[in-house]
Every structure is written in structure tokens, then in C-alpha cells.
Design a protein around this ligand. Structure first.
Ligand code: BTN
Length: 265
């Protein structure tokens, strides 16, 4: 595995590359080891208009969606979470995870000219293999909504025997590109901070067009956990970020928390 020790996570460097509004404050903590950056922020006190960001070189209990674990070996990947307190209701966040995936895609394109793909709702792919995922968790605290956005990206990982699906890393697909994890984290946080304000005012519908241009599921045969016996074809998304699917020729809507979905080859 490539030695990235000389480029370890560095709090000052991440902060120095942030490009955010003056009214947004970022409170950043960087750990060598943690159980899970999401779990840490779920326990931490949060404030309105402050982004609490927690990044780690490794996680001992990294968590993925659907109760799965997230492989988090040392010094090779990106594991970080952003937590903030909002005045909104949970339903105002419909489609937000798609926006986070779009922001990661945007950051990779801007910094490294990497064209990644997004599989609805928020898996990041390169050459049909997953390299990144997003875990969004929420909690109500004193009538405010705490949201934690957890992001895991395989950056320099070359080998892992514990992942039960086809996976890749940014380095495996782009060996000639030198990726700086600090700058990439900074850019992703900046993109999310910028888009969160727009999203909270206008919702997912403003970003839907961008997503539809790159919706890799569109018109593909898919396996949908809730309709495992049926023939399912994915269609487009709705203004709330839900996905339309044809289930045995009948149009239905599914939301991200509701189903697990695989492309059928
Ligand atoms: C997925 O299953 O696709 C989502 C994976 C999310 C992993 C990230 S790594 C940083 C943050 N902390 C966690 O425990 N999980 C998320």
C-alpha cells in the first residue's frame, strides 16, 4: 500500500483550504483513531450555524448503511463526518444525501478532473465499482434537528478481503493522480456548506436536473429488496429525491431509506 504517512491528515491544512461564507463556522477535530466519526458527532453538543467536522485516519467501528460495517484501515482512506443543528424538519431533508454525493463528485472533478458516478441515492462509483458511501443520521435535540453526514471514500486502499461487493479506490482507478486527502476533505466540506444553504431554502428540486444528467440507474433493470420477486426498471427521480421504478409495469416511488437496490447485469 502506498505510504501516505508524509501526507497524514492535518487539521491546519484542511482549515486553510476551506472556502466558505463568513457566517459559517467550522470546528474541526482530527483523530488518529476513533470508533466512528458519525458516532462521535452524534454524542457531541452541536450549535446552529456551526459545522462540527470530525476526521480520522482510521475507524475501529466504521458504520455503513443498512447496519453494515465500513472498512476503515489506517492512513489510506478518507473518513469524516459533518454535524450541525438545523431548524428544519426531517422531511425538509428529503434528497439531501443525493446532494452530498453530487458535491463529492463536484469536488473530485474540480480538483483532479476525475469523473465519478453516483448510484441513487448516494453511492459513489468508478468504472462500475463502489469507492465511496454516505451515511446520514439524524436526531431531535431540544426541538432542533441534529444532522450528521458521514462520508467514507477509498483513496489509497489497494487490498481488502472483508468487503462483500465489488469495490475500488481513487488510486486504483487513477494511479497517476496524487490525491491529497486534506485538500479533498476541505473541498467537499466547502461544496456542502455552499449547497446546504440553497438546499434548505429550495429543496432537492433545484439539484434534480444535475442529478438526472448522470443518473446511471435510469432505464436499467434493478433488483429492489421490497419487490424481490418482480421485474423492476429504474426511471427518474422526483422533487423529493425519491426514485420512480416500474414494478411489473406499474409505476411506484421508492425513497432511499426504504429499499436496497442493485443493478442487474
Ligand atoms: C455506505 O454504506 O455506503 C455508507 C458508508 C459511510 C462510511 C462513513 S466513514 C465516516 C463516517 N463514519 C462512519 O462510521 N460511517 C461514515
Amino acid at each position: 500500500m502506498k505510504d501516505v504517512n508524509e501526507k497524514s491528515l492535518n487539521r491546519e491544512k484542511i482549515l486553510s483550504f476551506l472556502d466558505i461564507n463568513q457566517n459559517q463556522r467550522v470546528n474541526l477535530e482530527v483523530f488518529n483513531q476513533i470508533d466512528s466519526t458519525n458516532s462521535y458527532l452524534l454524542k457531541k453538543d452541536q450549535e446552529i450555524d456551526v459545522f462540527n467536522v470530525c476526521a480520522a485516519e482510521m475507524q475501529t467501528k466504521g458504520r455503513g448503511r443498512s447496519g453494515k460495517s465500513w472498512e476503515s484501515p489506517k492512513n489510506s482512506n478518507i473518513y469524516f463526518s459533518i454535524g450541525t443543528l438545523l431548524n428544519e424538519k426531517i422531511s425538509d431533508l428529503d434528497g439531501f444525501s443525493i446532494l452530498v454525493a453530487l458535491d463529492i463528485k463536484k469536488a473530485l472533478k474540480k480538483l483532479y478532473e476525475i469523473n465519478s458516478q453516483i448510484k441513487w441515492p448516494n453511492d459513489l462509483y468508478l468504472n462500475e465499482k463502489k469507492f465511496g458511501g454516505i451515511l446520514i443520521e439524524t436526531k431531535i435535540i431540544n426541538k432542533k434537528l441534529l444532522i450528521i453526514v458521514g462520508i467514507g471514500l477509498n483513496v489509497y486502499m489497494e487490498k481488502n478481503d472483508f468487503i462483500d461487493q465489488e469495490w475500488t479506490s481513487l488510486h486504483l482507478e487513477n494511479p497517476s493522480i496524487e490525491i491529497d486527502r486534506n485538500i479533498l476533505i476541505s473541498q467537499i466540506v466547502s461544496e456542502i456548506a455552499k449547497d446546504l444553504n440553497i438546499f434548505l431554502k429550495k429543496g432537492f428540486k433545484v439539484f434534480k436536473k444535475d442529478f438526472e444528467k448522470i443518473n446511471i440507474l435510469k432505464n436499467k433493470k434493478v433488483f429492489v429488496s421490497n419487490y424481490s420477486e418482480a421485474n423492476c426498471i429504474a426511471l427518474d427521480t422526483n422533487d423529493d429525491g425519491s426514485l420512480n421504478i416500474l414494478v411489473d409495469n406499474v409505476k411506484k416511488r421508492v425513497s432511499s431509506g426504504e429499499v436496497s437496490l442493485k443493478i442487474q447485469k
